[in-house]
Design a protein around this ligand. Structure first.
Ligand code: NAD
Length: 247
């Protein structure tokens, strides 16, 4: 299917590498102006790479777990662009431990970076989005948020929390033609997963019916569809893109 994209302003958190970078590049290739957010300055190189192709982007170095920093960035963005119409909450971290060994700090870090951050961005950007009467809020969850995973209580709770937020946003914002959906990747080859040992990777592979790890393109393609004009009748859903892991 050929997807239709009218040029919009899009913001992607965690756009400095991995899945977020692939999403940012894909949206930019469709003519959207992509605001690339990351905690470190990696978003600067990603935005520059997009600009070098003659496409539109700008980098914002923001810690998404910091509500004051996000609110400030949102004010700046609204002053400059009027509104963000496509918001992709992608930034995420892991601090894996069994519950028995998990510290409160590890719990809170993951909850604030992976879940509260989405609330901060929505809160900062939703008013002008409603005035546009067109919007897409897409949050990157995980197979762990769908079925849980030993050693990831904080991460599973945060990702499942995104599902609740997504369903609620879908209901609250439907009257303004704003959709809210989540994409739940399985095991995707990125820096986040590169740290795992070969032994663990082989074990994970045995749980993937399609018999391979996913690529960042597999996730960007789903986001692309949800962000397109054709994706406008889909809201409040969680889409697994996981090679069948959560069947
Ligand atoms: P990654 O670690 O390669 O990249 C994460 C990005 O988020 C980086 O650009 C980093 O700078 C940014 N980030 C982290 N903390 C931040 C903060 N406080 N403020 C701003 N930016 C911050 O991760 P990835 O593998 O590309 O994962 C992207 C998303 O997909 C995450 O939400 C992750 O939970 C989810 N996910 C990944 C996989 C996988 O297999 N890689 C599987 C399921 C879900």
């Amino acid at each position: 299917m050929h997807l239709t994209h009218q040029p919009r302003v899009a913001l992607v958190t965690g756009a400095g590498r991995g899945i977020g970078k692939a999403i940012a590049e894909r949206l930019a290739a469709h003519g959207h102006t992509v605001l690339c957010v990351s905690k470190s300055d990696t978003c600067v190189a990603v935005a520059q790479g997009i600009l070098d192709k003659g496409q539109k982007a700008k980098a914002y170095q923001v810690d998404v777990a910091d509500p004051v920093a996000v609110a400030k960035a949102c004010e700046q963005i609204i002053a400059e662009y009027g509104a963000v119409e496509i918001l992709v909450n992608n930034a995420g971290i892991t601090r894996d431990k069994l519950v028995m060994a998990m510290s409160e700090t590890e719990w809170n870090e993951v909850l604030s970076t992976n879940l509260s951050s989405a609330f901060y961005w929505v809160k900062g950007l939703v008013r002008p989005m409603t005035r546009k009467r067109w919007g897409r809020i897409i949050s990157i969850s995980s197979v762990t948020g769908v079925q849980g995973n030993a050693g990831q209580a904080n991460y599973a709770a945060a990702k499942a929390g995104l599902h609740g937020l997504t369903m609620t946003l879908a209901r609250e914002l439907s009257g303004r033609a704003i959709t809210a959906n989540a994409v739940a990747p399985g095991f995707i080859t990125t820096d986040m997963t590169a740290e795992l040992s070969d032994e663990i990777k082989q074990k994970i592979l045995s749980f993937i019916p399609l018999g391979r790890f996913g690529s960042v393109t597999d996730i960007a393609a789903m986001v692309d569809y949800l962000a397109s004009e054709e994706g406008g009748y889909i809201t409040g859903q969680v889409f697994s893109v996981d090679g069948g892991m959560a069947i």
